[in-house]
Design a protein around this ligand. Structure first.
Ligand SMILES: *[C@@H]1O[C@H](CO)[C@@H](O)[C@H](O)[C@H]1NC(C)=O
Length: 129
């Protein structure tokens, strides 16, 4: 008999917490915060950072724990790092290098495990231009 969904263990569930807004300075690096509420890394974690531009969604960065595969979005090659030091404590914050005025906008952090997914958004504001 297949295992019914409602028998998932408590540790299956998590929330994702970000900051409503962060300010980047042109030419410098900025950290887009994202923290998993359980303070741990879910099994088979997948992290996606997406940017919401008006009506379309652009991939900024993707990471799959199962394969250890890192995939920066097309326009973000060499500009993004997921700070893996924090993974064991559920910190999946993204570093965006050399911030430009065009980077201003809404970024969404999506964390998926085998059975669950959650997301949070942050607004990147740009100072110094
Ligand atoms: C998560 O990692 C980033 C980058 O290392 C750091 O700036 C931030 O303070 C960390 N957040 C928490 C909650 O530890």
């Amino acid at each position: 008999m297949p295992c019914p969904k409602f028998l998932l263990s408590w540790s299956t569930f998590f929330e994702v917490i970000s900051s409503p807004a962060v300010t980047g300075i042109v030419g410098q690096d900025v950290v887009l915060p994202c923290q998993i509420s359980t303070g741990t890394q879910p099994a088979n974690m997948e992290v996606q950072w997406k940017r919401i531009i008006q009506t379309h969604i652009e991939t900024v960065y993707e990471y799959r724990a199962q394969t250890g595969q890192d995939v920066p979005g097309q326009k973000y090659q060499g500009r993004t790092t997921l700070l893996k030091d924090g993974f064991t404590s559920g910190n999946v914050s993204l570093k965006l290098k050399n911030v430009q005025p065009a980077d201003r906008g809404t970024y969404s952090c999506i964390v998926k495990s085998n059975e669950w997914s959650a997301d949070a958004a942050t607004e990147l504001q740009i100072a110094g231009w």
